[in-house]
Design a protein around this ligand. Structure first.
Ligand SMILES: *[C@@H]1O[C@H](CO)[C@@H](O)[C@H](O)[C@H]1NC(C)=O
Ligand SMILES: *[C@@H]1O[C@H](CO)[C@@H](O)[C@H](O)[C@H]1NC(C)=O
Ligand SMILES: *[C@@H]1O[C@H](CO)[C@@H](O)[C@H](O)[C@H]1NC(C)=O
Length: 311
């Protein structure tokens, strides 16, 4: 494949500060077949850039770290954030500053979920390949690095462990190597995984869920509502803590599934028809390019950042 004609409008996106630590810049064409797109970190490109990506974490303390005003007239400032509202201080400072949003929220201008399913029919790439390799001998695992008694997940854990064995990994439990491969490897021994978010917000469903799905452990989720999870997964693909009136009944259900191959199958057979995609940061930047191209020549603004993001 060769890059398409240069006559197609070219887009330059400036990473104002590298959002996730300095890393090589992506080649959107080679890596993702997204044409006419340059991602740069060279601040000299500011005047020419069609858009600038600004990571919320870099501007929580105030506007001093924003690019200089007045900005080029047709330039779009893109607000990037992967944290939940609970862990995103300073949002109130940014009404009418940004033009586009890039986050895990479905209603972002540039929607970049932590993961999503791709229908594959029965093709060889389906998740089912992992299912058939599994011989889980243990019931339930939880990985937690940030333990806080104020988290809903900690009180939930404290109650659930009265009824079932939970193996805890991470900073608050058994040691585990960094990275999602280590988590997914460990999860192959487990039937269920507690995919519990640090805070409960619309669409805030992180890699905790996708690690379980990848590994073939049935996720037991605590996060936004069941309905919200169903935007991303078939209803039987996860067990929601709200599905049961009491924690004890949830525990009984987990034991029941463990002893009942048909129930197990009920929760896993959807995997025949899907694979999972987890976008890299590079891919997210290149996705931004596509949206900037599509909205070129139009103005847009994010009038009430906090009200929107916290809703
Ligand atoms: C998909 O796979 C299942 C189980 O392996 C099989 O029963 C079914 O016939 C297949 N469906 C198609 C459309 O290939
Ligand atoms: C997978 O997709 C095929 C073809 O659409 C369908 O016949 C089958 O019922 C699906 N399997 C599951 C478990 O949903
Ligand atoms: C971007 O947003 C700012 C602040 O709301 C606004 O003044 C500017 O006109 C917008 N620019 C574009 C190109 O949409």
């Amino acid at each position: 494949m060769s890059p398409p004609s240069p006559r197609l409008s070219h887009i330059t996106i400036l990473l104002w500060v590298h959002p996730f630590g300095v890393a090589p810049l992506p080649d959107c064409w080679k890596q993702f077949q997204i044409h006419g797109c340059t991602i740069t970190d060279d601040k000299h490109a500011y005047r020419q850039a069609d858009a600038v990506i600004i990571h919320h974490r870099d501007v929580v303390k105030g506007r001093a770290r924003l690019p200089p005003e007045p900005r080029p007239r047709s330039q779009k400032w893109i607000w990037l954030n992967h944290e939940s509202p609970t862990y995103s201080p300073g949002l109130q400072k940014y009404d009418r500053v940004f033009n586009l949003t890039l986050s895990y929220r479905v209603d972002s201008d540039i929607y970049v979920p932590y993961g999503h399913l791709i229908p594959v029919g029965n093709s060889s790439g389906s998740l089912d390949q992992t299912t058939s390799l599994r011989r889980p001998s243990r019931l339930l695992a939880w990985v937690v690095s940030h333990w806080s008694a104020s988290h809903a997940r900690v009180s939930f854990y404290n109650e659930l462990k009265r009824y079932v064995n939970i193996d805890v990994y991470g900073r608050a439990g058994k040691p585990l190597k960094k990275g999602r491969e280590a988590v997914q490897e460990m999860l192959r021994d487990y039937m269920f995984y507690l995919a519990m978010e640090n805070s409960q917000h619309t669409d805030y469903i992180t890699e905790k869920l996708w690690n379980a799905v990848r590994a073939g452990a049935i996720p037991v989720v605590l996060g936004p509502s069941r309905q919200n999870y169903e935007r991303l997964l078939p209803p039987e693909a996860f067990i929601h803590v709200d599905d049961f009136p009491t924690v004890e009944e949830l525990a009984q259900y987990l034991n029941k599934v463990k002893q009942n191959p048909d129930l197990m199958k009920h929760h896993l057979s959807w995997r025949q028809n899907y694979s999972v995609h987890q976008m890299t940061h590079d891919e997210k930047f290149c996705q931004a390019c596509e949206v900037v191209r599509r909205t070129r020549g139009q103005t847009s603004e994010v009038p009430h950042l906090k009200d929107w993001f916290c809703s």
